[in-house]
Design a protein around this ligand. Structure first.
Ligand code: ARG
Length: 502
């Protein structure tokens, strides 16, 4: 196996998936867009063939021939003997042409009855979109699981919390990681809500204005595992790209979150911070500086997140203010959608791996939490509560105490001197010790959602339960899709109908 030049200088071989992820599409080809749609177009064809049999366009035997031809085509595609022919414009014409070669035009020529490529591609895209949603949910689940495990291990790992990139107040690494899990669960909800909203079947809309063939749209919707029919035929066609745009907006949200987490990791694993250490097999090398290993995967995620935000914008703009009906503009929504899916794919899984394997330097984190007056608000709150002073008053006292400090943290004498100057009751040494202990500061935040380790553990348990519910929901949709696919493949045997053409 060939290795990049920097491999030999590295401490260990980087993992192939990390190198590939960071390399992006520099040296890998991209498939034709419609090759992604082949399995979905086969399924759409199958269900339409069964629908045509139901209304007598096909006899049972003819329908069987079409289903067998589709089956043969699928095998040929899988073993590489059938490929999309660029002369045949798109996947739909390609498949219809091959079916004609296999079972003759007398039979294949009836397959497009009551159907247009407009409703056909809208249907294919919906089928694909569902799988895309479930795929991203599954990937995000992996990351949620690792974050929750990791957060549980670090509920007691104190560190500085930041605002404006400056140390602010004390928190824990567990609370930090759990915050991302909570955001990801919201992303999951967004995907699930969207899935339910888009799971309606456009097939049967024909060019956009219905058909004279008395197609049973409910039957085809069922065969394709949709929850129902996307009833108005004009909307079914004109809304092409809408589901794609919404999915990419969800992806933009997800990727923005992953980009933020990536940035946290980049910063915290620098030599200057030293809070985290990344396994060397996750990082990539430099072609000139032999000593370097870089967090390329995290930077790639950041780059991708911006690309996806741009694609989301482009997707909502395509077909904007067109006359209702099909317009060729929408074909480009397919390319944008596929680009977004390809770019976002794998990012959550990569981060799930990173979370499982990175080293946390709790000592460095705690050391950092002990300087910079991160307990200033805790002391102000304590004085306000115990001395029954207004918070604004104790805030001013603390502000003065920070200004008067000779070190980068409160010292007993210095702090009390400020209290004396303002005729406030002094702190005892035990009060001071308690307020100076980062963990004790966390423990005194007892409200729901706080970084108090007990609260963090409670949050984690609640999130684990929630993620199990999502896991079951994903499984349910996948089972439903699979059983519909099987039913459609074996449509003849199962329904046992052998109708003849009138
Ligand atoms: N390949 C086309 C697309 O992706 C299929 C629909 C073509 N329809 C048409 N009326 N030309 O949009």
């Amino acid at each position: 196996m060939k290795k990049p030049v920097w491999y030999s200088r590295a401490k260990g071989d980087p993992r192939a998936e990390f190198v590939a992820f960071s390399a992006g599409r520099d040296v890998v080809p991209i498939l034709e867009a419609d090759s992604v749609l082949i399995p979905y177009d086969l399924w759409t064809n199958r269900s339409h063939a069964v629908g045509l049999r139901e209304i007598g366009v096909y006899t049972g035997a003819e329908c069987k021939k079409v289903l067998q031809a589709l089956h043969q085509l699928e095998r040929e595609w899988e073993n590489g003997s059938w490929k999309l022919d660029p002369q045949l414009e798109d996947v739909h014409i390609n498949i219809e042409s091959r079916v004609a070669e296999i079972c003759g035009e007398e039979i294949s020529g009836r397959l497009h009855s009551g159907r247009s490529r407009n409703d056909q591609v809208a249907c294919d895209m919906k089928l694909y979109a569902r799988d895309v949603i479930l795929g991203f949910m599954t990937e995000s689940m992996e990351l949620i699981h690792s974050l929750l495990e990791h957060a549980g291990n670090h509920a007691d790992t104190v560190m500085p919390g930041y605002t404006h990139h400056r140390k602010a107040t004390i928190t824990s690494w567990g609370h930090w990681c759990a915050s991302y899990a909570q955001g990801l669960l919201r992303d999951m909800q967004r995907f699930a809500d969207l899935y339910k909203r888009i799971n309606a079947c456009p097939l049967g809309a024909a060019a956009a204005y219905g058909t004279t063939w008395p197609l049973d749209r409910k039957l085809t919707a069922k065969l394709l595992a949709f929850d129902g029919v996307q009833e108005n035929t004009l909307d079914a066609v004109s809304s092409r790209g809408e589901a794609e745009a919404e999915i990419v907006q969800c992806l933009a949200c997800l990727m923005k979150r992953l980009a933020c987490f990536s940035q946290d990791i980049i910063l915290f694993s620098t030599e200057e911070f030293g809070y985290l250490a990344l396994p060397s097999d996750f990082t990539t090398g430099s072609s000139i500086m032999p000593q370097k290993r870089n967090p390329d995967f995290a930077e790639a995620i950041k780059g991708k997140s911006h690309v996806i935000a741009g694609l989301a914008q482009a997707l909502i703009s395509i077909d904007g203010a067109n006359l209702s009906g099909y317009n060729k503009d929408v074909q480009w929504s397919k390319y944008l959608f596929l680009d977004a899916v390809r770019e976002a794919g794998g990012a959550a899984t990569i981060l799930a791996n990173v979370v499982m394997s990175m080293t946390v330097h709790a000592d460095r984190m705690e050391q950092a939490a002990r300087s910079g007056f991160l307990n200033a608000v805790d002391v102000a709150d304590y004085l306000a509560r115990s001395r029954r002073l207004p918070f604004r008053k104790t805030y001013t006292l603390m502000s003065e105490a920070v200004g008067a400090s000779t070190k980068n943290y409160f010292q007993f004498q210095e702090l009390n001197q400020v209290l004396v100057d303002h005729h406030a009751a002094l702190l005892s040494s035990s009060e001071f010790e308690k307020l100076n202990d980062p963990m004790k500061c966390l423990l005194s935040r007892s409200h729901i959602g706080s970084p108090n380790p007990k609260q963090v553990r409670r949050q984690i348990q609640a999130m684990k339960r929630k993620s199990e519910t999502f896991q079951k929901w994903i499984q349910k949709q996948q089972d439903f899709i699979q059983s519909a696919q099987k039913r459609c493949r074996r449509a003849l045997e199962i329904e046992g109908k052998q109708t003849s053409r009138p």
